[in-house]
Design a protein around this ligand. Structure first.
Ligand SMILES: Nc1ncnc2c1ncn2[C@@H]1O[C@H](COP(=O)(O)OP(=O)(O)OP(=O)(O)O)[C@@H](O)[C@H]1O
Ligand SMILES: O=P(O)(O)O[C@@H]1[C@H](O)[C@H](O)[C@@H](OP(=O)(O)O)[C@H](OP(=O)(O)O)[C@H]1O
Length: 453
């Protein structure tokens, strides 16, 4: 049986895709007044003209934010992202990175890191919030992909190509495309595909997005997975990067053996802290990847709490990705309070889901045998009170050698491959407990003082 048949279908999972849910999403447009509103959203708002065929006004109630906006190809309702834009976004360097991600499992991951060392990335290629995803047309060419076990045949014709307004809080722009029936497509990575396949019969399965195999479109390959936002109405979304270490040991070894200072990382560091680089780094105007990643860890809560906030998007359309210096527990609590709007029920739902994840991790065979680097917990809730947490991004989750087993809650020393994931999760749970307690006491204080006044 093809792999995708063994998995639940998106309908089984209750994913959107019905005409109703799609039509509900059409015409959701917004304009925000907050200075923190996503760049993409502002651009899109500016581009929504009077000629809009679906009648979206240039300025709408700022609470009406697009969660998933699907427009027919060529509707011209607003200036949606076109192929040319895609070409701009995915520049040559990023294309190289993406094609590198398709190397076979037999090729060493060190080779992957080596080629990635040559890359420059900058803020323009990083996603910061609401983006437009394109549907692509399946080509079915390139026989080398025939070896992929779970090749999904794509029924869409060009006439049915649609576009999807979507939230991407981290990662590079261009890594995702719209799927159908409540799914999205993520740029293919052999490593991530192997993780999804191994997770099929693991206790973590209920906490990772449904995986429906590899699809090939327009000459590129993608992993098809559940769009975790699909069943929410104007979702609030937060990405927390888990673990006390955010780079692979092999990246460290590489940088030691063949240091490759990167100017883009130097610029990103200086933007946050002009005193961050050493005199030598200043003079060469370059910083190696692990050095940058370590600096990110110490500036944020990664080192102190074992997780950090990467980005948030709220239902009012405001997006924030400026958490590089959000380090103290109190600062993190504040972000969570703002994110949940002080809603105790939402906070409690998140807490119970986190505890369920913690339990599953403790019994997971997959988790024991994988160094989990750069993976995130994605928090999603909406006004209906629904709140979920999902484990996402296995791009850098790596199997450890036979016979080795990780604890995930002890300090990292080079060679032990420990990632601090469970330690971070425990701290995250405690943080949410503080949010819950402080939220309750604040409300109590408020009602008491109100009664007294
Ligand atoms: N299955 C999903 N459903 C809904 N949103 C998702 C899903 N997977 C990822 N996202 C969104 O996309 C963002 C980036 O995801 P992810 O970390 O998997 O991408 P990436 O390109 O591998 O990132 P990085 O380059 O940081 O490793 C997340 O922060 C989240 O907003
Ligand atoms: O968050 P920032 O400050 O923008 O820094 C990026 C972030 O740490 C990413 O996790 C990392 O990608 P990986 O996790 O895939 O290594 C990326 O490396 P890159 O520039 O080499 O893509 C960094 O630039």
């Amino acid at each position: 049986m093809p792999k995708e048949c063994k998995r639940k279908t998106s309908k089984d999972l209750g994913l959107s895709g019905s005409e109703t849910s799609e039509s509900q999403r059409v015409e959701r447009r917004t304009a925000g007044k907050s200075p923190r509103i996503c760049d993409e959203l502002l651009e899109k708002t500016a581009q929504i003209g009077a000629s809009s065929k679906i009648g979206a006004p240039a300025v709408m109630d700022e609470r009406r934010v697009p969660q998933v906006t699907i427009t027919p190809e060529g509707s011209g309702s607003s200036r949606e992202m076109q192929q040319g834009d895609w070409d701009d976004v995915v520049d040559v360097k990023l294309r190289r990175k993406l094609s590198n991600s398709s190397i076979s499992s037999t090729e060493s991951s060190i080779a992957r890191s080596e080629s990635e060392d040559d890359l420059l990335s900058d803020n323009e290629t990083k996603s910061k919030g609401i983006i437009t995803l394109e549907h692509l047309v399946e080509t079915g060419e390139n026989k080398s992909w025939g070896k992929l076990k779970a090749f999904v045949h794509w029924p869409l014709s060009a006439a049915h190509k649609r576009k999807l307004s979507w939230v991407q809080l981290a990662g590079h722009k261009g890594n995702f495309k719209a799927g159908d029936e409540g799914t999205i497509l993520k740029k293919f990575s052999e490593n991530e595909m192997q993780c999804f396949e191994k997770l099929t019969d693991d206790t973590l399965l209920p906490f990772v997005p449904g995986y429906y195999g590899v699809v090939k479109k327009e000459g590129e390959s993608f992993l098809r997975m559940t769009d975790l936002l699909a069943n929410f109405d104007l979702p609030n979304v937060m990405d927390c990067k888990m673990g006390a270490r955010t780079y692979l040991e092999e990246e460290l070894v590489r940088a030691r053996e063949r240091p490759k200072p990167r100017e883009d990382l130097y610029n990103k560091m200086v933007e946050v802290d002009s005193d961050g680089p050493t005199p030598q780094e200043h003079s060469q105007r370059g910083i190696t990847k692990p050095r940058y990643m370590q600096w990110r860890e110490t500036m944020s809560s990664t080192n102190t709490l074992g997780f950090r906030i990467e980005g948030t998007k709220k239902s009012d359309g405001t997006c924030r990705t400026d958490f590089k210096k959000t380090r103290s527990k109190q600062a993190v609590i504040q972000v969570f309070k703002d994110f949940t709007g002080g809603d105790i029920n939402i906070t409690k739902s998140y807490l119970s889901r986190l505890m369920a994840i913690q339990q599953a991790l403790k019994t997971s065979e997959f988790f024991k045998r994988h160094e989990v680097i750069g993976s995130s917990l994605l928090f999603i809730h909406d006004h209906t009170g629904k709140a979920e947490v999902w484990i996402i991004d296995f791009g850098k989750t790596t199997a450890i050698p036979e016979g080795m087993m990780l604890k995930h809650d002890i300090p990292w020393q080079e060679g032990n491959r420990e990632d601090g994931y469970l330690w971070g999760l425990e701290n995250l749970i405690q943080t949410l407990e503080s949010v819950s307690t402080e939220g309750t006491s604040e409300k109590t204080c408020y009602s008491v003082s109100k009664e007294n006044s």
